[in-house]
Structure formats: structure tokens, C-alpha cells
Design a protein around this ligand. Structure first.
Ligand code: ADP
Ligand code: MG
Length: 306
């Protein structure tokens, strides 16, 4: 038995190492958004970016043919404008972002950038023009600086620090014992959802893409963190075509158009003021969130007076 335990331990060690290696590869794939099922078509050409206009034209999509997720979605994000997609959880909001990045192919209709179908262009050229801040950012097991610089590997140290500043995460990073050299990720310092998201925003600021795709974190953030993230997002969205998936409606008040998605269909659309006037789903969501914010504030008041 003793004789066996050594090799078994050793196998366990090797197994753990391989598993960690695989986790890294999986994370890398997630970061690079490499998906085997979507490949460049023969003779695919590079996307020619002009102004960065996005168009979803009668898009149909299902992960499982039995269960349609998007049922004929049409909207445009004009160059330089901000369009927000809101709606209940499971409505298909994040799916829209995955189709723009061509994680998956549509089953009907098309997704176009500056008039070019995303299926006709190389994935590399498509992904080069889109800055994606996903709902759950996966960080590399490396330093914070590395994770930010990933957006543009040629960036100088000063540029990395400036991006962190704009993303409202500079103070936090400097407060760490090893600053920008602090190891993060699974094997390093664990960052909160809001901190990881700001690192992803800093990365995107460095990348400086013509098109920005944001999927806000669902996890409840405290008001201070929310305001910091909002300031960071406003900064990076300036003068860029921006598609934002919003869970907190307070972040979309200024969007040029808000699309309310429900069960894979556009239930309502318009500006914040127009949607409130419609007194429909958006207005109900707005009131519910406002009550939640007020309740949170009241709770805080009570706690502080104790
Ligand atoms: P939202 O972002 O609005 O909450 P999603 O677009 O993430 O919604 O998902 C829409 C629906 O598709 C949900 O019911 C979800 O469970 C389902 N879904 C999401 N991703 C997958 C997947 N990879 N495979 C199968 N179903 C999925
Ligand atoms: Mg989502």
C-alpha cells in the first residue's frame, strides 16, 4: 500500500497541474472568445470598418432548436450612438452580444457591421474592432498590469496606469501591496465582480475599439461602486458605437434608444422619457428598481443610526 501511495500522490500532482493548465487554456479561449463551432468561411475577407454602425436585421436564434431565444429582432446602433438592451433575466440580452461577437451564428436574418455580414468576414478582423466587457470577466493568472495590457500588448507602463485611472480602478490597484505587479486570477488575489469589471474596462480603454459591447454585472453593487463603474463606462463609450446590456436602468437613462426585450421579442423601444410615458414593462421595471434603491438607502440609514 505504501508503495502505491507514492505514485498515486504523484499522479494526483500531475493531474492537478494538467487541470490547472486546462483551466488556463479554457480561460484563454474565453478571453479570446475562440469557439470551435464558428469558423471563417472559405475566402472570408477582413471587415472594413467605416463608422462602426451595427445592424440586427430580423435575427432568429436558438441554442437548442426546440427553444427559440431570439424571434425576429431588428435594431440599429448608428455610428457613435449608444443603444441599451434591457429586460428580465433570460430574455436573451447576453445572446445578442454573443451574436455580435460571432460566438454563434444566427439561424435567420443577419448581423451586420457597416453593411458587412459578420459571417462573411474573418473572425480576427471582427473581434479586433469590438471591445467586449462581459458580464463575468475571467482574469489571467498573472499580474494586474498584464491583464490590462492584454488590450494592447505594445502599451507602455504609463499607458497601462492611465487606462486604470480612467477605469476608476487606479486607486484600488495602488492600495495593493505590490500595486500593478499584484498577481490576480484563480491563483492570485481574488478581485470582486466590480473590480474585475473595471480591470476589463481598463483593458478595453487600452484597446480603444470603434465598437463597444458592454454586459453589465448582474450582482448587486453598492451605490458607490456603481457610480464609479458608471463614470468609467461613460468615459470609454464616448464617441464610440456602444451596445450596452443593462441590468440597472439608472445606467441607461442617457442612451439614444432603449430596447426592452421580453421572451426573445422587442416588447417596447424608445428613449427613457418615452418609455416611462408608455407606462408598460419598462415603467414597471423602473419603479421596482427605484423602490429597491430607496429601500437600500433606508436600510443604510437605520444601520448607521444604530
Ligand atoms: P439574459 O442575458 O437576458 O439574462 P441570455 O441571453 O443569457 O439571457 O439567455 C437567454 C436564454 O438562453 C436563457 O433561457 C438561457 O438559459 C439560455 N441560454 C443561454 N446560454 C445558453 C447556452 N449556451 N446553451 C443553451 N441555452 C442557453
Ligand atoms: Mg445576461
Amino acid at each position: 500500500l505504501m508503495q502505491l501511495s507514492v505514485p498515486l500522490n504523484f499522479i494526483g500532482f500531475v493531474y492537478r497541474e494538467i487541470r490547472q493548465g486546462l483551466t488556463d487554456i479554457e480561460q484563454m479561449f474565453e478571453l479570446l472568445d475562440v469557439k470551435a463551432e464558428v469558423v471563417d468561411k472559405p475566402g472570408a475577407v477582413d471587415l472594413k470598418i467605416q463608422n462602426g454602425e451595427i445592424e440586427f436585421d430580423n435575427v432568429h436564434f436558438a441554442y437548442d432548436p426546440q427553444r427559440p431565444i431570439l424571434k425576429g429582432i431588428s435594431f440599429k446602433v448608428p455610428a457613435g450612438k449608444t443603444i441599451a438592451v434591457v429586460g428580465p433575466s433570460g430574455a436573451g440580452k447576453s445572446t445578442i452580444s454573443r451574436l455580435l461577437y460571432r460566438f454563434y451564428d444566427v439561424q435567420g436574418g443577419s448581423v451586420k457591421i457597416d453593411g458587412q455580414d459578420v459571417r462573411d468576414v474573418t473572425q480576427t478582423s471582427l473581434r479586433a474592432v469590438i471591445g467586449m466587457v462581459p458580464q463575468d470577466t475571467v482574469l489571467f493568472n498573472d499580474t494586474i498590469a498584464y491583464n490590462i495590457r492584454y488590450g494592447r500588448p505594445s502599451a507602455t507602463e504609463a499607458e497601462v496606469e492611465q487606462a486604470a485611472e480612467i477605469a476608476q480602478v487606479g486607486n484600488f490597484i495602488r492600495s495593493l501591496p505590490e500595486g500593478f505587479k499584484t498577481m490576480v486570477g484563480e491563483r492570485g488575489l481574488k478581485l470582486s465582480g466590480g473590480e474585475k469589471q473595471r480591470v476589463a474596462i481598463a483593458r478595453t480603454i487600452l484597446k480603444s475599439p470603434p465598437i463597444l459591447m458592454l454586459d453589465e454585472a448582474t450582482s448587486a453593487l453598492d451605490t458607490g461602486t456603481e457610480q464609479e463603474i458608471q463614470a468609467a463606462l461613460d468615459e470609454v463609450a464616448k464617441n464610440r458605437t456602444t451596445l450596452i446590456i443593462a441590468h440597472r436602468l439608472s445606467t441607461v437613462i442617457n442612451a439614444d434608444e432603449i430596447i426592452v426585450l421580453k421572451d426573445g421579442e422587442i416588447a417596447e423601444r424608445g428613449t427613457h422619457a418615452e418609455l416611462l410615458e408608455q407606462k408598460g414593462l419598462y415603467e414597471r421595471m423602473w419603479n421596482r428598481q427605484r423602490e429597491a434603491v430607496q429601500a437600500e438607502a433606508k436600510l443604510k440609514e437605520v444601520r448607521e443610526s444604530d
